[in-house]
Design a protein around this ligand. Structure first.
Ligand SMILES: *[C@@H]1O[C@H](CO)[C@@H](O)[C@H](O)[C@H]1NC(C)=O
Ligand SMILES: *[C@@H]1O[C@H](CO)[C@@H](O)[C@H](O)[C@H]1NC(C)=O
Length: 152
């Protein structure tokens, strides 16, 4: 039993380190692999609603952040997500695309306390197998919009 437990723990440690290390540090990948890694990030972040797992698996340690409300660095991003209660957040993916080391995804974000949903686009730049840089843009419908057309 003791031996079995040790084996199990060793196996788990290997699995954990593989899933956290497989993509980052960056290694050279083909365009198809890079696109698949991007799809994996979007799936984990938006559809599984698991940003911590998404960042642990797909983000470069020296991640450059352009959002003025967050700091650069993978660990800073993970720490920030640990402090957010995501259970009331709803993400609805609208579209995504990938070309020439850049991936982007556009979604509707509803979160508790917000008067309006946000239209958000995240733009990710890849260095090999890892996301090295991020920009985002976010918009909410104002109180008296000029445009009657729905945002979503
Ligand atoms: C990727 O390939 C380039 C040249 O094609 C090389 O300079 C670089 O060191 C490689 N990076 C990795 C992580 O293997
Ligand atoms: C997290 O958010 C949900 C939904 O808004 C809420 O019901 C829950 O009480 C919150 N949990 C904590 C620990 O604040």
């Amino acid at each position: 039993m003791k031996f079995f437990n040790t084996l199990l723990l060793t196996g788990l440690a290997v699995l954990t380190s593989v899933s956290a290390q497989a993509n980052c540090p960056a290694r050279n990948v083909t365009v198809e692999e890079q696109r698949a890694l991007f799809d994996g990030f979007v799936r984990t972040f938006i559809l599984e609603k698991n940003p911590i797992k998404a960042f642990e698996s797909y983000i470069h340690d020296n991640y450059i952040q352009h959002n003025p409300n967050a700091l650069s660095g993978k660990q800073n991003a993970i720490n920030a997500f640990r402090n957010i209660n995501l259970s009331g957040f709803r993400y609805t993916l609208i579209s995504k695309g990938f070309d020439n080391n850049y991936g982007w995804f556009h979604y509707r974000l509803d979160y508790p306390g917000a008067s309006q949903p946000s239209a958000v686009t995240d733009i990710l730049r890849y260095e090999g197998s890892c996301v090295i840089e991020h920009w985002d843009v976010s918009q909410q419908r104002p109180a008296n919009p000029i445009n009657p057309i729905a945002m979503f």
